[in-house]
Design a protein around this ligand. Structure first.
Ligand code: HEM
Length: 193
């Protein structure tokens, strides 16, 4: 039973990594799309991402909690071990950000595209397309999944587990800022031209 739960936990991780990578690439591509038709086809992908992330999170959190509760027979891990608490808190944080911030950004983009004509560029649509929050959020999510892979495989205490997540978050914010600035500069040049 324990090994089956570990398998399902890792299956959830595989699905999550696939969904997060697709989400990252889609968000970056949305920023540089050059027509309404391109934006429409890109946002069609987001429905698939949402459909994969929910079951992935259920598998990760559900099986993860089961694994900790059974772990005494497989080596001793207390519920208050740093890596357990940090992974649980960050995973739940990712779920909350996903259903609130990410969902509302996706809805805003869908609505802007639904209301758009085929003319290009359009100011309203351009503002949503070049919004910075979705980029920060998707970089943050990706960085935390990578940090949690480190935390899970090394099982550190609180200090190292939190440091890993903070370092990943700071790196993601820097990468997102660089990306947003370069895309906005290119958009300005292309819209003026
Ligand atoms: C995105 C979040 C997560 C990722 C990427 C992740 C990833 C992993 C990976 C790769 C392993 C195998 C590590 C190894 O055998 O060396 C693992 C094991 C484990 N995970 Fe997670 N995990 C996540 C969330 C959680 C959560 C929230 C919990 C529960 C609090 C949890 C509990 C466990 C336990 C107890 C094991 C050890 C199983 C064993 O080796 O016997 N995980 N996880």
């Amino acid at each position: 039973m324990y090994n089956a739960a570990l398998f399902l936990h890792l299956l959830g991780v595989v699905l999550l990594v696939g969904a997060v990578t697709t989400s990252l690439l889609t968000t970056l591509r949305v920023q540089t799309a050059g027509s309404v038709a391109q934006l429409r086809s890109l946002t069609a992908v987001t429905k698939w991402i949402e459909a994969v992330i929910a079951p992935a999170m259920v598998l990760i959190i559900g099986c993860g909690i089961y694994l900790v509760s059974q772990r005494d027979d497989h080596g001793s891990v207390p519920w208050n071990a740093g890596w357990v608490v940090v992974s649980l808190v960050i995973t739940l944080l990712l779920v909350v950000i996903g259903v609130t911030v990410e969902a509302s950004d996706a809805k805003r983009l869908h609505t802007a595209i639904a209301n758009a004509t085929d003319e290009w560029p359009q100011a309203d649509l351009r503002a949503v397309q070049l919004a910075s929050r979705p980029v920060y959020v998707v970089f943050f999510g990706t960085s935390q999944v990578v940090a949690l892979l480190f935390v899970m495989t090394n099982r550190p205490g609180f200090v190292v587990a939190i440091a890993a997540c903070v370092i990943a978050a700071v790196a993601s914010a820097i990468a997102a800022t660089i990306r947003i600035r370069s895309v906005r500069r290119a958009a300005l040049v292309s819209d003026i031209g």
